[in-house]
Design a protein around this ligand. Structure first.
Ligand SMILES: O=P(O)(O)OC[C@H]1O[C@H](OP(=O)(O)OP(=O)(O)O)[C@H](O)[C@@H]1O
Ligand SMILES: O=c1cc[nH]c(=O)[nH]1
Ligand SMILES: [Mg+2]
Length: 209
């Protein structure tokens, strides 16, 4: 399997443990997802391109690096991936945001697309796809397929909890992407939910169950 990065930082692991707790309510859950996305983003964006600009300090002029934020596209997989956007936007406020709407069929567990809008042009941008859960990997593969069909090339995928099957399926289909996960869990159950996981991320972020 191609390489991927597990975020072992204790701050991230601590927040993931709180996410798992079934007694964590919607407001806290949403705040934790945002904070984890920001912490993961700090690491995942460490190779963001910079450009030198001239700034006048109170002392003198100097050339100094700034991020070309408009070259970054954050692309959440709806719904749950939306919860990670604000954390990344706090890091790079000028990033463009795309959306890919997918839901998993409850019986087949296969993804169904219902919405897609990517920032144009997509081919020159660094693209960070967000989805807190990487389970069978079907949704992640479909999202990256779609982005590539539209010309996206430089793609990172950020997921808070991943199952081994999902990682394998995604990296087999798209060995060229960079994958960042907060934790690799044990397995999927018969309903393709991650164990121990955190339940349905979308429902917990938006309070729909
Ligand atoms: O790896 P997979 O097996 O494809 O499963 C992961 C997908 O399932 C969840 O979305 P869901 O279908 O529940 O939609 P939602 O975000 O609207 O709740 C999750 O947010 C991922 O997108
Ligand atoms: O465990 C899982 C699997 C897919 N989607 C979720 O929200 N949770
Ligand atoms: Mg869901």
């Amino acid at each position: 399997m191609t390489d991927y990065t597990v975020m072992t930082h204790p701050l991230i692991q601590h927040k993931i443990s709180k996410l798992r707790d079934k007694n964590t309510g919607t407001a806290e859950f949403r705040a934790l997802v945002e904070e984890i996305a920001m912490l993961m983003g700090y690491e995942a964006l460490k190779d963001l391109p910079t450009e030198e600009v001239c700034i006048e300090t109170p002392i003198e002029e100097c050339m100094t690096p700034v991020i070309a934020g408009r070259n970054l596209a954050i692309v959440p997989i709806l719904r749950a991936g939306l919860g990670m956007v604000s954390g990344l936007q706090a890091l790079v406020p000028t990033a463009k945001i795309g959306h890919i709407g997918l839901y998993r069929d409850e019986e087949t567990h296969e993804p169904h697309e219902y919405y897609c809008k990517l920032p144009d042009p997509i081919d020159e941008r660094l693209i960070v796809v967000t989805d807190p859960m990487l389970a069978t990997g079907g949704s992640a593969v479909a999202a990256v397929d779609f982005i590539k069909q539209h010309g996206g090339k430089n793609i990172k995928f950020m997921s808070i909890i991943a199952a081994p099957q999902g990682i394998e399926r995604l990296l087999k289909a798209h060995p060229d992407i960079q994958l960042y996960v907060g934790h690799v869990d044990r397995e999927l159950n018969e309903n393709a939910y991650i164990c121990p996981g955190l339940g349905d991320a979308g429902d917990r972020i938006f309070g729909t169950k």
